[in-house]
Design a binder for this molecule. Sequence first.
Ligand code: DGL
Length: 268
Amino acid sequence: MNNRPLGVFDSGIGGLTVVHALTKRMPHENITYFGDTARVPYGPKSPQVVREYAAQDVDFLIRQNVKMVVVACNTVSAVGLDIVQKHAKVPVVGVILPGATAAIATSKKRRIGIIGTRATINSRAYEHAIRQRDADVHVVAAECPLFVPLAEEGWIDHPATALVAKEYLFPLTLEKIDTLILGCTHYPVLRSAIDRTLNGQVALIDSGEAAAEEVERVLDERKMRNPSAERPHLQFFVSDIPAKFAEVGERFLGQKMGRVQKAEGFVL
Ligand code: DGL
């Protein structure tokens, strides 16, 4: 049973950064991924709509017989983790709590910035998670919606990205943050541009990496690690245009990806 895959889902392609983190940390786990490419982006949508979509996404993964659900999408983790837990019937790991915990452990000055989609920032989920652990941390948040299309276009070293990053991040630097949570699946792709804008002075927390650490902890605790040392089986399903996903996906995954399939039976 433990050779069943980890189920990972996201609003679209961005969650592949989390798959990258998972495979780096646990190279023998099989993974089944679902990206809701027909309805991406979730970031500008209302919590009600995101929750409805999240319930359908997790139902699809459960039908694929996954042993755990990893909510790669920060927006879903922020506004719909409870609904995912209700539908999952297997352990669920989101990205908010691990990201918040890693930021607290990193920040010496206890001044933390958070960037994410509009829905993630409006939910204040990261802020609440940080304050629950340490009420005295100074927290400042900014929504950065344009980072999503810039990352998908691959405009990593593009002057437009540098300009947008400066505009978004300047207010955070005024608050003298020493740690910044990359609270969106796409932002690790722009890590170098963000780091340059902050003159390398701010520690960047990849919430996907933090979540991968938590997944490993939960698997070990429940003795659910895949015992096989074979090369893992990675399966990718999307709700629309598999070819586009495969093309852009390699930049997010950091490696060649196999066949991407249209999710049969996924009703929009
Ligand atoms: N995956 C989303 C997140 O991490 C970003 C893209 C979207 O808005 O759907 O919040």
